[in-house]
Each structure stands twice: as C-alpha cells, then as structure tokens.
Design a binder for this molecule. Structure first.
Ligand code: F6R
Length: 610
C-alpha cells in the first residue's frame, strides 16, 4: 500500500528519500514521487517502479535538506503522474503526501472548486492540500494550524506529511488510522509510514497514535493532539536492523524468508517453552493471566494468511485447551453483531499490526467490553499497542508480499498459546511436556524440509502446464489447504481453490478431470483414511494428485501421481511442517512462469484501507 518518507536536517534530502522509497517498494505501489524545498518547491513524479522516478530525476539537480516522498497504490483514480503524490496547492507552494482514504472528498472538492481552487488529479488526497491552502488564507495561520483544521474537517483515514515554501524549516505530519513513525537522528528528523524506510538512518523512533500530529524540524519534534494540546512522547529503540530487511544473496525476499523459518521458529519460542512444567511462558500475557483463566470463549480475527493461521490455532486450542473458539474474517466481524460477554476474549492475528479490518475489529471488540489480545509481528504497531495484551511473533521484518515466515510464526505462537491456556485449564503436565518437547524439535525438521527444495521445484516443473489446482486437507490440514491455494494464487496467478477434503464430494469434484490437478495434504493423522478416500475419488475421475504425506508411507505412492514426504510429528504440529512444500511449490511456480514473487500484481503488503 501507499508509503511515506520525509527528511529534514543537514544532509541532502533527495538520496535519503529515494533510498526510503526503495525500502518501501515491498509494500506494493504503482507510482511514486518526491518534493524537495530549496527556495522553490520541486516536485517530480513517475508512473511505475522507483526506477522510473530515478530516470525522471536523472537530468535534474535538486539540492535541498527538506523533502517528502511517496509511493502510491491506487484507490481513487488510475496510476498516472497527475494522480501520484506529492500533491500541490494551486500556487505550487505547499506539498502534501497522504496514505488512507478521505471519504467525504467529493463534497469538499465541490466546495473548494466553488472557492476557486483548481484540481489537477482524480484523487481524494488532492482536496487535502487545497483545504490546507484555503485555511492558510486566515491571517496568522501556520501550516500546523491549517493541517490541524483540515484533518478535523475530513472523514476517513490518513497518515500525512506536508511542508510549505513559506515555512521551510519544518514538516507537519498527522495520523488517523494510517501509521506514521518519526525517526529521531542527530540534527535531523525522518518520518515514514513504515520504520523500514528509515532504520538505515536511525533506530530511535516515535510512533504517532491516532489523533496526533507533529511538527518536525532538524532539531527535533513536537507532538500534539488535534486540540493542540502537547503530547509527551519519548523515542523507543527498534531492535532489528537494515540487514534483516535485505535479501542477503537470495534471489527473492520470499525465498530468503522461507529459509529463515527455522530461526524464526526458534526466535518465536526462545525463552517461552517450559518443558518441565509442560507450559509456555508468555510475558506479554502475564498481566492478564487472571482474566485469560476466566474466559469461556475466544474469537480470533484476522485477514488472509493470518486468518488461516488462526484456523490452525482454533483446532489446537479447542483440542488441547478446551476453549470454544470462533475464527472470523476481520472484515466481516465488525459489520455483524458479534455476541460478546464479559468472559469473551477477542484475539487479533496480524503480521503488520496495521491491517485496517483487523484493527477495526479489535476496536469494536474493545468497545463491547471484550478482553483484546494480539499475535502481532511488527513491534510497536497499532494493533500491538491497542490490544490489552499479546504475544509478539519475533519473526523479524517480512518484506515478501506473500506471507511465509509470518504464517509459520503465527502458527507457532498458537501452539504456545495452547500450552498457556491449556495449562490454565485441564491440560495435564504430561500432555503439555509432550507438546513442548515436540515443538522444540520442529525448527530442525523445517530446516530438513527446506533442504529438499529441489524436489518441490521438480514437481512444480512437472505441473507448470496446469491452469487450475485444488488444495485439499482435513482437520489440521484444512486451513493449510486454504493457505497453500492462497500462496499459489498470489505469486503465480494460477487459479487455485482450497477445500476441506471432505467437502469435495459435495460439489467441487464436478470440476475434476485430467487437466485439474489436486495437492492433497494426507499425513498419517487421525483423518488419514478419510483423506485417502478423497484421493481415490479424485483418481476415479482421472484427476492428477500430488500427495503430501508422512515419511515412510509407501501406500500413498500407489494411488498418487507424485508424493512429497514430511516427517512424523504430533498431529497438531503437522501444519508447521506441511506448509513448507506448499510455500516452495508456489514460489517455484511463480519463478518458472517468469513472475517476480516479491511483487505480486495488484497486491499490497499491508492493507491499511478497508
Ligand atoms: C497473504 C498475505 C495476506 C496477509 C493479510 C493480513 O500471503 O500476506 O493475506 O496475511 O493481508 O495481513 P496482516 O497479517 O499484516 O494483518
């Protein structure tokens, strides 16, 4: 989604802004632009990749130590230079970048047109810069005053950075529903919508909260509320570095992040597994432990892969912790009338911690009095801050648009949560210890599966002709079927549908013929015989089958066209292994078909609009 970078200090702004934009590329965008102040306001924009913006800048010299920049993911208006940010006022004296959506932009636009403002783009954002221009007409008004009044008149969400020729020593930023992080340097300040854009310059950051704005100068920052009351905010230290956000020799972030998974799992479980007591030590839940003991229902909300990880969690929690669990699409939850009692907890699962639908669901739950919890990867993100308590994944920054290591770490944290909530209830120490011991073994098994990636590439090559795939699994493997299909769709643009294997015979099997292969998750678990029957049914209709089963199972070889083996583990932990071939299969399919798996078309990494 859209990205913001800004710089004010002693150094040349342009190289810092361009570097920041490159670091935001992973989020998905379709145009980009920069604005720099140096006695004049210079704005350069380009459609397409950052390389096109580089090209547009190549013959220009734009010195200046104050600048803002943006990557745009189109919502209102096609990707074009006019629609790209920064947007400027009628006289080219104010520039503004914006993430989010202004819902009442049409009415504002009409009234500003009547007041004589000339619009150049089709975007909702442009009304903001004209509104600021309009408000600056009132004598004595500063840019900060005008931005404050402007945002009070809009409905919708925003993360904004703006500056002005007549007040060249500052950048004004504001936030409601779209993240803004300030980077505190030595004689310089940075701003971004995502810390990745600025950690190369400083790891001291300040996260703005909704309803806050800030004025940045080279010497520091001043945060205030929209009522212009000062807000005291001290910088915090970010604990990951630039290398974590680079490819380190891998062809793609997606590949690098899949290969990081053994380490990610170790990080997610480090210091948290109490094998002796068959428990998990979750510091983030310590303060609410009395409340989690009392809850009699858990609603888990998330989107996309996080939603599927939540379904894995649902099976674990119901089987071992004995808590009734419902998993809801966050985008549905807030528009229903969810029944929430004082003993309901609502748990948000989110890699970015900024997904608009998930955040809205958590706010709704909080308003209804639920205990709100989070499983979040991005430290300091909005969901992490707004939930009552939670557990961080510790997966490090995920740059690949398609979630891989975040999914695995979410499932891992669900296993920990199962121990924690299970031991607060009826789970015996013996059961807890068995789960904890097995969980500790999984990172090595994951490493073993990753080492066999050539096998998965060979299977992808064999089926690269296919235009459709079914992904089928039952019980713990049903959510994996959904996740596997999502991965293939996202990065290789092949039509893929995930189904519970038992559901095939209720309709989807009508599609099966020799051109419609299925990937069937069929480990030797409690539903093995049932899933095996599904394979037989597919074969009877000439469907090709790639089976994923447990090492040593020769029986499946007789009925499947291709077999991928995974090690034996506890049934509840099978998803943590079976996901690896699914991820790598999707990756190789993407590369074989000539696509860039890190930049899937139409997708954004963090979906901060509804
Ligand atoms: C899929 C994917 C998305 C995200 C979803 C939620 O590969 O990455 O489906 O899982 O947009 O994002 P977060 O976890 O940031 O809330």
């Amino acid at each position: 989604m859209c990205g913001i970078v800004g710089y004010i200090g002693k150094r040349e702004a342009l190289p810092i802004l361009m570097d920041g934009l490159r670091r935001l590329e992973y989020r998905g965008y379709d145009s980009a632009g920069v604005a720099v102040l140096n006695g004049d306001l210079h704005v350069v924009k380009a459609v397409g990749k950052i390389a096109s913006l580089d090209q547009a800048l190549s013959d220009l010299t734009i010195p200046g130590t104050n600048g803002i920049a943006h990557t745009r993911w189109a919502t209102h208006g096609v990707p074009s230079e006019e629609n790209a940010h920064p947007h400027i006022d009628c006289h080219g004296k104010i520039a503004l970048v914006h993430n989010g959506i202004i819902e009442n932009y049409s009415e504002l636009r009409e009234s500003l047109k009547v007041a004589g403002h000339i619009f150049r783009s089709e975007t909702d954002t442009e009304v903001l810069v004209h509104l600021v221009e309009h408000l600056l007409n009132f004598p004595g008004t500063t840019l900060a005053d005008a931005v404050r009044s402007a945002v009070r008149r809009i409905r919708g969400t925003y993360g904004i950075a703006a500056f002005r020729l007549l007040e060249p020593e500052q950048i004004v930023v504001a936030r409601l529903g779209s993240p803004i992080v300030l980077g505190v340097g030595d004689g310089e300040m940075l701003v971004a919508s995502d810390a990745n854009a600025i950690i190369g310059h400083t790891r001291q950051v300040v996260f703005l909260d909704d309803g806050e704005m800030a004025v940045l100068t080279a010497d520091g920052y001043r945060v205030s509320s929209l009522d212009n009351l000062p807000v005291k905010k001290s910088p915090e230290q970010i604990d990951w570095n630039v290398e974590d956000a680079q490819k380190n020799g891998y062809a793609h972030f997606m590949l690098k992040e899949m290969h990081e998974q053994p380490e990610v799992m170790r990080n997610s479980t480090r210091g948290r597994l109490d094998v002796t007591n068959g428990n998990a030590i979750l510091g983030g839940l310590r303060d609410v432990a009395d409340r989690t003991r009392e809850i009699d229902r858990l609603i888990i909300v998330g989107c996309g892969s996080a939603y599927f990880a939540a379904q894995v969690g649902e099976y674990m929690l119901e089987e071992y912790a004995g808590i009734p669990v419902e998993v809801e699409l966050a985008s549905e939850f807030r528009y229903r009338k969810p029944i929430i009692t004082a003993r309901t907890a609502v748990l948000a699962v989110s890699q970015s911690g900024e997904t608009a639908d998930t955040l809205a669901a958590i706010r709704e739950a909080k308003m209804k009095g639920a205990l709100t919890l989070g499983i979040v990867n991005a430290v300091g993100s909005t969901i992490a801050r707004e939930t009552d308590a939670g557990v961080y994944n510790h997966a490090g920054p995920e740059m690949g648009v398609a979630s891989t290591k975040a999914f695995l770490s979410q499932a891992t944290v669900f296993a920990l949560l199962t121990l924690f909530l299970g031991r607060q209830r009826q789970m015996s120490v013996t059961t807890g210890t068995r789960i904890a011991e097995e969980l500790a073994r999984i990172p090595d098994l994951v490493a073993g599966l990753l080492a066999r990636q050539d096998e998965y590439r060979t299977v992808a090559e064999k089926y690269s002709w296919a235009k459709d795939f079914f992904y089928l699994g039952r019980k713990y493997c049903a959510p994996l079927a959904f996740e596997g299909a999502l991965k293939l769709k996202e990065v290789s643009y092949i039509h893929a549908e995930g189904y519970g294997a038992g559901e095939m015979k209720h309709g989807p099997i009508a599609l099966i013929d020799e051109t419609f292969p299925s990937i069937v998750l069929c480990p030797e678990d409690s539903v093995y015989e049932k899933t095996k029957s599904c394979i037989e049914e597919l074969r009877a209709r000439r469907g090709k089958v790639i089976a994923i089963t447990t090492e040593g199972n020769q029986e499946i070889r007789q009925i499947a066209d291709d077999v991928i083996f995974i090690p034996k583990t506890l049934e509840m932990l099978t998803p943590l292994l079976a996901i690896i071939p699914l991820q790598l299969f999707a990756y190789h399919m993407s590369v074989l078909r000539g696509f860039d798996p890190d930049r899937p078309r139409n997708l954004a990494k963090s979906v901060t609009v509804e």
